[in-house]
Write a protein that binds this ligand. Structure first.
Ligand code: GLN
Length: 297
């Protein structure tokens, strides 16, 4: 991509033209920030001082091409740019894995909060975490960075997703205490049975019929395998919970993300699996999106 500069006026006129073609302003501004390195603050400055110069890391022609593919073929901008900001990370993204969602960022905060609880001896103890269905590796990267020295395990069924997770783990972590495993949920983790202190998962949880009705941007471009949780959406939650009580260490924590209307069901499944202290947490839109429980001590 060639870099370019133009006046603020030209850029703002170009932006208006693009939006007349369709799409959302917030997405076009995301593209300008991610691909042309033009921050929202800089865009604001150009609105106030339209005569001043805008420096772009990419030409308007190249940006326009990406915007056209996004509009015409409903391709997510994250796929076109190949990156996505998530928490404090700049993750590499491809169609091999789910694009990390903003709501999932909170799962890490809740996971780290669990380690502060009285019986958990704080983050200072060195333990073992797992991320089941790691996809792009977002959760695994965040855990590896927050818990250096811990033994980390990221699992995914898809070899392509694991390749992406490996790229992100290599680029964004300095400790080498993580491993990747190809397989279904707990299957590749038998060697560490009963030894997991903290396990997170954002499994596919959308009911199959609902997947069909999703925005084409999601439905046609993100891996079905990462979205569809079977008829009621809970197949993967069940598969994870069935073996969680043996896989976790005594007192070990399990945190699951789930669909907007699955809180009661997932908490019920946690209790029937024999986990204790189950509780719900909400995302930033106040939707009960996370379920947390632990193996009895
Ligand atoms: N939150 C995602 C969505 O709404 C789905 C993620 C998942 O199934 N784990 O598209």
């Amino acid at each position: 991509m060639e870099s370019a500069s133009c006046s603020g006026q030209e850029l703002l006129a170009w932006r208006r033209r693009q939006l007349l073609r369709g799409g959302r302003a917030v997405d076009l501004d995301w593209l300008l920030a991610m691909e042309a390195n033009l921050s929202w603050a800089e865009l604001q400055r150009l609105r106030i001082l339209p005569e001043s110069t805008a420096s772009l890391a990419s030409s308007l022609r190249d940006l326009e091409k990406l915007w056209s593919v996004h509009l015409q073929n409903h391709v997510p901008l994250q796929h076109l740019v190949g990156r996505c900001p998530w928490r404090d990370l700049d993750l590499q993204i491809s169609s091999a894995a789910l694009i990390p969602r903003q709501e999932t960022e909170l799962l890490i905060d809740f996971a780290l909060d669990c380690l502060q609880e009285p019986q958990a001896a704080g983050c200072a103890f060195v333990g073992r975490w797992a991320d089941l269905g790691t996809g792009s590796g977002a959760l695994a990267v965040a855990l590896a960075r927050a818990l250096p020295g811990w033994d980390g395990h990221a699992v995914d069924l898809s070899a392509a997703a694991l390749g992406l997770a490996q790229t992100n783990l290599n680029a964004l972590t300095t400790s080498g205490t993580w491993q990747l495993h190809q397989g279904s949920w707990w299957d590749p983790l038998q060697r560490w049975w009963g030894l997991f202190d903290l396990v997170v998962a954002n499994p596919p949880y959308i009911p199959s019929q609902v997947v069909e009705a999703l925005d084409p941007l999601v439905r046609d471009h993100e891996p079905r395998q990462a979205l569809c949780g079977g008829e009621d959406g809970l197949d993967c939650c069940r598969a994870i919970l069935e073996r969680a009580p043996e896989a976790l260490s005594p007192g070990g924590w399990l945190l699951l993300e789930h669909h907007h209307d699955q809180s009661d069901q997932v908490l019920g499944l946690m209790r029937s699996a024999g986990l204790v202290l189950s509780r719900a947490h909400s995302d930033l839109s106040d939707v009960k999106r996370f379920a947390i429980a632990r193996r009895p001590l």
